[in-house]
Design a protein around this ligand. Structure first.
Ligand SMILES: CC(C)(C)c1nc(N2CCN(c3ncccn3)CC2)c2cc(C(N)=O)c(N)nc2n1
Length: 332
């Protein structure tokens, strides 16, 4: 095959593979089989092996990064990643609503999200191409985990901007997590290898993401849900919900259970309903996050030194961790 033909086919394959990644990870609606997908990837890998000069960093084949790092470099967040204040019961939730309405009045909408129990990361795209990723750290300074986040299949390496909205810089925040079933399997393997077990999926995700060797991270089936905007150049939103819809449209994975409410009673009911429903989810959540939808109202409400006044985490009541003692059968 001539180089010009290879160039054309490589471009075609990358667009196809990016499309199928979006269908699978963002819309949870694959339109080809895994076998057909793997075939496309193998063809692309084969062509890039024949024409290495045609490889680009955003190619779907470039997920598993380079050599292990000696240490993580530090990254200063352009927009701090704030904390969340907590509400532990319905009364405290309603106190939050009262404080909000005292400032912005009664015409307020809320976006309610599951609080994924993982670890927060910031991901920056430049002209739609995956550039850097960092852990939250202390909110001001995090660790550069660019190579490790790049191994997460639900993190797109190239965004699908519509012609009228293509920000030069788009930094988003999300929660990286390890699904329950993958956590169970990982601990099973570690037990067989005599390695210490992870206490919970959050620790397993943190341990997997903070590996100095990206090849180790690549073996851990991490996933991400994008939940917010960080720094951006060349785009503006009126509301949080609009930003989330834009994220989905351009190929970022957003949780499917996010709902927009204009009555606080419905916010409360929705939060309480998930205390039971969460056990059916394939990932752990430790509460809900309630956010004022209007960005103008968020600005009016502002933040304390640590956390925004326009958001709150509703924490589920701590579960009684009953340790199952193996059934002791006493034969008399
Ligand atoms: C942008 C704001 C501040 C409102 C915000 N902050 C969050 N977090 C802050 C505290 N974080 C944190 N992490 C470690 C130590 C202290 N705070 C961890 C992320 C959110 C976390 C989730 C989630 N987990 O699903 C979510 N759907 N929305 C969030 N929204």
């Amino acid at each position: 095959m001539k180089k010009s033909e290879a160039e054309k086919r490589i471009k075609e394959l990358r667009e196809l593979i990016n499309y199928h990644n979006k269908q699978y990870y963002v819309y949870d609606n694959p339109v080809i089989s895994d076998a057909e997908y793997d075939k496309l990837m193998r063809e692309l890998e084969e062509l890039e092996r024949k024409f290495p000069e045609l490889v680009t960093p955003d190619s779907p084949t470039q997920r598993v990064g380079g050599e292990p790092l000696p240490y993580f470099t530090q990254v200063v967040h352009r927009v701090p990643m704030m904390s969340l204040s907590n509400a532990f019961d319905e009364g405290e939730l309603r106190d939050f609503h009262r404080r909000v309405t005292e400032v912005v009045g009664n015409d307020v909408e809320y976006v309610v999200e599951l609080k994924i129990d993982g670890l927060a990361v910031s991901i920056t795209y430049e002209n739609g191409i995956y550039k850097t990723a960092a852990t939250r750290g202390d909110g001001e300074v995090g660790e550069d985990v660019t190579q490790n986040v790049k191994t997460i299949k639900s993190v797109p390496l190239k965004l699908d901007f519509p012609p009228d909205k293509s920000p030069a810089i788009l930094e988003v925040r999300g929660e990286v997590y390890l699904p329950k079933e993958d956590f169970r399997k990982l601990n099973e393997e570690r037990e067989e290898q005599g390695l210490p077990l992870f206490a919970n999926p959050r620790n397993a995700a943190a341990g997997s993401l903070r590996q100095l060797d990206p090849k180790v991270t690549a073996k851990r089936p991490l996933a991400v849900f994008i939940y917010g905007l960080g720094y951006a150049e060349g785009i503006e939103f009126e509301t949080h919900y609009e930003a989330l819809q834009f994220f989905k449209r351009i190929g970022l994975r957003v949780n499917p259970h996010i709902v927009l409410f204009d009555k606080f009673d419905d916010v409360v009911d929705y939060c309480l309903s998930w205390n039971e429903k969460r056990h059916e989810l394939p990932y752990e959540i430790d509460g809900m996050v309630i956010k004022v939808n209007s960005l103008e109202q968020q600005r009016l409400l502002g933040s304390t030194a640590k956390s925004p006044r326009w958001a709150i985490a509703y924490k589920f009541p701590a579960e009684q961790k009953t340790t199952v003692i193996k059934d002791i059968i006493v034969r008399v």
